[in-house]
Design a protein around this ligand. Structure first.
Ligand code: SF4
Ligand code: MG
Length: 326
């Protein structure tokens, strides 16, 4: 199988801070993987390494068969258009002095591809149309638009170079609740129509319930669980995933009752000095002696993997409410 994205043993250390510590992840062509975790878990750092806004400390990031981690800025240029990123805050990521049409068309200019003004104009118009904006928006400035419209501009900009991979880093969390759903739906529709692969970064599991094929859960710089969306929502294996799910608002009140919130206690520990053994142990309701002494290995469970001493190769998984169950 060829993958749109293969991340192998990625680490990103900022001095002594181990923001990302050995993350491996694959997204098939046209697949959507949600990378989920609390703020500070390192998930945005993974996204920035993938589009090479950051040069990782070690590990590889392979996009369409090319490892982009070792490329120089110049070597990177022809590969830039293969991946794009949409950030959380469209106000901060769009240049306020540029007209929207120039913002959207800029990646075409930066790619060095020779393209006529007229062709560029046509592609800008088409990209704006794809995100549901009228052509006259091209002659306005970002600040003249609403937050939702600005995020649509960011998406048009990200997609104009026809990337095979889109990184969406909390694309709706800076928006009014009333427009979050429409932007999420737009992304889901575009993904289905165009077929780009997507790494969807979010702290909110319920945002990906209808969007992701796979879910990867990150805690303090490492992946603690991966699996299909169906499995993660129906049978989460890792205590942290169970806690995240219990905290996620769901539309169905029956399921909401079944999911009493699990209090995690302390805040996320510092990535400067992560806990020994299992990094989640300082907040895990099921922690026992071994958790401080030994790093839990990734164990295959169902169609995914989880790193917890209570997850067994025979399918045994812990339940943070009922203790260990089969
Ligand atoms: Fe909790 Fe221990 Fe499992 Fe970590 S390894 S999640 S501390 S039970
Ligand atoms: Mg972030």
């Amino acid at each position: 199988m060829t993958y749109a994205l293969e991340i192998e043993d990625l680490t990103m250390h900022f001095g002594p801070v181990r923001a990302v510590d050995g993350v491996s992840l694959r997204i098939p062509r046209g697949g959507v993987t949600a990378l989920v975790g609390e703020s500070g878990s390192g998930k945005s750092t993974v996204g920035r390494c993938v589009v090479r806004l950051l040069k990782p400390t070690s590990g590889t990031v392979t996009i369409g068969g090319v490892d982009v981690t070792r490329l120089t800025r110049r070597q990177l240029r022809p590969h830039r258009s293969r991946s794009s990123i949409v950030f959380q805050d469209p106000a901060g990521s769009l240049d306020p002095r540029m007209l929207v049409g120039d913002v959207v068309g800029e990646p075409l200019r930066l790619s060095g591809e020779r393209i006529s003004r007229r062709d560029r104009q046509q592609r800008v118009d088409r990209a704006l149309g794809q995100v549901g904006l009228r052509q006259e928006v091209a002659r306005r400035y970002p600040h003249e638009l609403s937050g939702g419209q600005r995020q649509r501009v960011s998406i048009a900009r990200a997609l104009i170079s026809s990337p095979s991979l889109l990184i969406a880093d909390e694309p709706t969390s800076a928006l009014d609740v009333s427009v979050q759903a429409s932007v999420l739906n737009l992304l889901a529709d575009l993904q289905r129509d165009i077929g780009f692969a997507c790494l969807f970064i979010t702290h909110n599991l319920s945002a990906v319930e209808y969007l992701a094929d796979e879910i990867a859960v990150m805690y303090l710089g490492q992946l603690v669980e991966t699996g299909s969306r169906e499995q993660i929502f129906a049978r989460p294996a890792h205590p942290y995933t169970q806690a995240l799910l219990a905290a996620a608002p769901v539309a169905d009140p029956v399921r909401q009752r079944a999911r009493e919130p699990i209090l995690l206690g302390d805040d996320l520990p510092s990535a400067l000095d992560p806990p020994s053994g299992c990094r989640f142990r300082t907040r895990c309701p099921l922690a026992f002696d071994k958790c401080a002494a030994e790093v839990p290995p990734q164990v295959k469970i169902g169609d995914g993997e989880a790193a917890c001493h209570l997850v067994g190769a025979d399918g045994t998984r812990p339940d943070v409410r009922e203790r260990v169950t089969k």
